[in-house]
Write a protein that binds this ligand. Structure first.
Ligand code: DAH
Length: 339
């Protein structure tokens, strides 16, 4: 009987010290489990004189009920405590500043290319992209630049084999398109070009935008009108253009096109070296040999072509000094082009 009294105290003491549901459960099993102390008391009944058994049995049952109530109460408290701890651990501070998402931006070359395409698409030009690996025929020969022609030296070429090379100019696209499509043609051909060249304004890989218009009665006036429209939309409403005689094997006559200086508007500054003009592209009337090479009758059709460096246009438009800026991928530079 005495031992039974102690069991309740013992259980109370141990159970109150439990620090987790798991620990509490183990203590409960120690007393009320199949091999627990209270169960052992019931099993020991046989050894008690028969006349004392009812009183003893009642006592043990009382103890069991007490302990069950004790553990139920403690379990309830423990659950509440653990839930409170869990919630506290998961607490969200809704006033905390949000983590910033890095927002990307289009690369200035991509952006300039899209702007150019937009301008010319508005005038009815279609985009045609030729391959970056070309053969001599498309890059030179068909463009009226045969093997022994001095103009081949104008562009330092990366050869892959005797025949294949990295295209030095998007002009190659003119031939590819005219072989496929008969006039009227209004083509815009953007892409990468490659030359063995490297300084502040030249890089071994850069981008060009080629334009080609072939139809009946196309004249130099059409070329200049379109260039004016291009300059006004790309640079400033007040931009003007000027044509200077030049030489390209695939055009005759050939011109170099200047726009009024993008920095000073034509007054003369360090960018335009005091002249008020900046060279932006090469152009001309498509040489009749080029038309013939593509099966287009030069007595029926005429055309003009132009080619510009996209890096150069971007440098002028955004005031960029060094062509390397485009390939260094300095985030501080690229971030300037966020909308
Ligand atoms: N292909 C020339 C170059 O890379 C640029 C050029 C000049 C393209 C005159 C043309 C043109 O279509 O008519 O320097």
């Amino acid at each position: 009987m005495e031992a039974t009294e102690n069991i309740v105290l013992e259980a109370q003491e141990e159970a109150q010290g439990a620090e987790s549901s798991r620990a509490l459960y183990e203590i409960k099993m120690k007393f009320l489990g199949r091999t627990g102390k209270v169960t052992a008391l019931l099993k020991g009944m046989r050894e008690i004189p028969a006349n004392e058994r009812p009183a003893f049995g009642k006592k043990v049952n009382d103890i069991r009920e007490k302990l069950e109530a004790l553990f139920a109460a403690l379990e309830e408290r423990m659950k509440e405590k653990e839930l409170a701890e869990k919630l506290a651990g998961e607490e969200i501070d809704v006033t905390m500043p949000a983590r910033r998402h890095q927002k990307g931006a289009l690369h200035p070359i991509t952006r300039t290319k899209s702007e150019l395409i937009d301008i010319f698409a508005g005038m009815g030009f279609e985009v045609f992209e030729g391959p970056e690996i070309e053969n001599e025929y498309y890059n030179f020969t068909a463009l009226n630049t045969p093997a022994d022609h001095p103009a081949r030296d104008m562009q330092d070429t990366f050869y892959i084999t005797e025949e294949f090379l990295l295209r030095t100019q998007t002009s190659a696209g003119q031939i590819r398109l005219m072989e496929k499509k008969k006039p009227p043609i209004k083509m815009l051909s953007p892409g990468k070009v490659f030359r063995s060249d490297d300084d502040a304004t030249h890089s071994p890989m850069f981008h060009q935008m080629e334009g080609l218009v072939v139809d009946k009665n196309i004249t130099m006036c059409d070329l200049q009108g379109m260039l004016n429209e291009f300059a006004r939309t790309m640079f400033a409403e007040s931009s003007k253009t000027r044509l200077r005689p030049s030489y390209f094997p695939f055009t005759e006559p050939s011109v170099e096109v200047d726009v009024s200086c993008t920095a000073c508007g034509g007054k003369g500054c360090s960018l335009c070296k005091g002249t008020g003009w900046i060279e932006v592209l090469g152009a001309g009337m498509v040489n009749r040999h080029v038309l013939e090479n593509c099966g287009v009758d030069p007595d029926e059709y005429t055309g003009f072509a132009f080619g510009m460096g996209i890096e150069r246009i971007a440098m002028l438009k955004y005031g960029i000094n060094h062509i390397r800026s485009f390939t260094e991928n300095d985030v501080r530079f690229l971030e300037e082009f966020k909308d």
